[in-house]
Design a binder for this molecule. Sequence first.
Ligand SMILES: C[S@@+](CC[C@H](N)C(=O)[O-])C[C@H]1O[C@@H](n2cnc3c(N)ncnc32)[C@H](O)[C@@H]1O
Length: 208
Amino acid sequence: MQKTLDSQTFKTRDAASYNSLTEQFDFFTDCLSSSLAAQMVSLAKIGSPHSVLDVGTGTGVVALQAAGKIGVGKVHGIDLSEEMLATATAKADRLGLAGKIEFIRMDAEELKFEAQTFDTAVSLFALLHFPNPLMALREIFRVLRPGGRLVVAVGSSPPLISLSGLIHRFKILPDLLRRSQGKQLVAPNFLNSLVERRRITFIRAVMN
Ligand SMILES: C[S@@+](CC[C@H](N)C(=O)[O-])C[C@H]1O[C@@H](n2cnc3c(N)ncnc32)[C@H](O)[C@@H]1O
């Protein structure tokens, strides 16, 4: 019977999946996520001294902007992808931020920091990539100081009952139709549902 991936294997594969795409990921992130990162850094209310943790930092789009704002203090960006971290580190060097920022390979669900280390934790487009987001949130709360701030952003469509929500859904109607027919792949949603359907068929076949 086909086995569901255990969480460690999932994490290793997820991190590895970014390695060959880091350059393109970084290009699009710079174009599309910079202003969002700036908004997150503003919400983080970075003071001086200040310590910041960026969870699932990728190529450091939020961490680097946070480091640019810090007077005294440090930003730690953690991620599981070696290539993403290498690119983030090279960018910090280029921007002259090397002394204020450190990128470390670490699992968000098992942070290697002491309790109450950080004033602020940030995380952009990463939480829903973890097999157990609740465990990651518990870890983040453990390493935040009492009264610390957490700024998390995850992707979503506009609210259903809103003008922008209606316009958005009207625009994507042709895509929705193609998706339902399997003519447009939307990774990982479509692939996940495909695997799930296959598994169910397989189990039924064995039982019959
Ligand atoms: C969509 S990217 C977002 C990166 C960055 N925050 C940004 O917005 O550009 C998700 C990141 O989460 C990282 N990641 C996935 N699972 C992780 C885990 N268990 N611990 C730490 N990072 C993880 C991936 O390697 C990837 O860099």
